[in-house]
Design a protein around this ligand. Structure first.
Ligand code: ADP
Length: 250
């Protein structure tokens, strides 16, 4: 069974030309997949469709053999982590992470002890157990990103979709978050699909990479092979050199 199977996916926003143009993709194995490409390429749009958040004009998506449709509850299968700047409200960290627990809030308004334990365990996994009673909007960008991931982990889904997990973080937090995602993928049997910007980080941390440009797939394959000087130059339209395994622009 393929991890991800996308067929003829097309998407446009009102009054705009096509943002995704007949995308077809089959990825058998991950476990850590990056979606790369210039701004406006359609990466976030694709991720939202994979998460069932956005409805495509045409085409189909299957993840782990399950058909994703925008009006279908797939919270048992996948969790979606938006960009960290989207934390909207004032609440305690533990309450925010509890929102990730499926059916944690019963009609009676009571939360089960198990849900609290799972939420706290998720916080510990991202190294933020000590922050449980802080106010989410008072946390640093790096901490907020980790809390968003903790909420997704509390959902206990096999698949994690994550939009730009490190874009707003300093280098130390970038490495911590990417290491965490790689550990989840390699050791905890999760499947991680992340929109990323840094091709060097994608080559170092992810197993499989998909390059988008202008709503089409330019290249896809094992990260070590497909993230090459030629692909980076073609997709981003810049000249790069490879020095000691790192792409640098001239
Ligand atoms: P990327 O993640 O690669 O930067 P996006 O998927 O966010 O690209 O956006 C692709 C294109 O779709 C961009 O031109 C963007 O302006 C446009 N777009 C994204 N979201 C919306 C929206 N909600 N309404 C209208 N246009 C949008």
């Amino acid at each position: 069974m393929a991890l991800l199977e996308v067929k003829d996916l097309t998407c446009s926003y009102p009054n705009r030309s096509r943002v995704l143009d007949r995308i077809t993709l089959a990825i058998q194995e991950g476990p850590f997949i990056s979606i790369l490409g210039p701004n406006g390429a359609g990466k976030s749009t694709l991720l939202k469709i994979l998460g069932g958040i956005l409805r495509p004009d045409e085409g189909t998506v299957e993840i782990e053999g399950i058909r994703i449709q925008w009006n279908r509850d797939v919270s048992f299968l996948l969790s979606y982590v938006p960009q960290s700047l989207h934390i909207p409200m004032e609440m305690r960290v533990i309450d925010f992470v509890l929102l990730g627990r499926p059916h944690a809030l019963h009609l009676s308004g009571r939360v089960r002890a198990l849900d609290v334990e799972k939420a706290f365990y998720a916080l510990e996994q991202v190294g933020c157990g000590r922050l449980w009673k802080e106010n989410v909007i008072e946390l640093s960008g790096g901490e907020q990103q980790k809390i968003l991931i903790a909420k997704a982990l509390a959902q206990e889904t096999k698949v994690l979709l994550i939009d730009e997990p490190v874009t707003h973080l300093d280098l130390r937090n970038q490495i911590e978050v990417l290491t965490l995602l790689r550990t989840l993928a390699k050791e905890k049997d999760r499947r991680v699909i992340a929109v990323m910007h840094d091709v060097n980080q994608a080559r170092e941390f992810t197993d499989y990479a998909v390059f988008l440009r202008g709503g089409k797939i330019c290249a896809a394959g094992a990260s070590q092979e497909v993230i090459s000087k030629e692909t980076v130059q073609t997709v981003f339209g810049i000249k790069v050199e490879e020095r000691m395994g790192i792409f640098v622009s001239n």
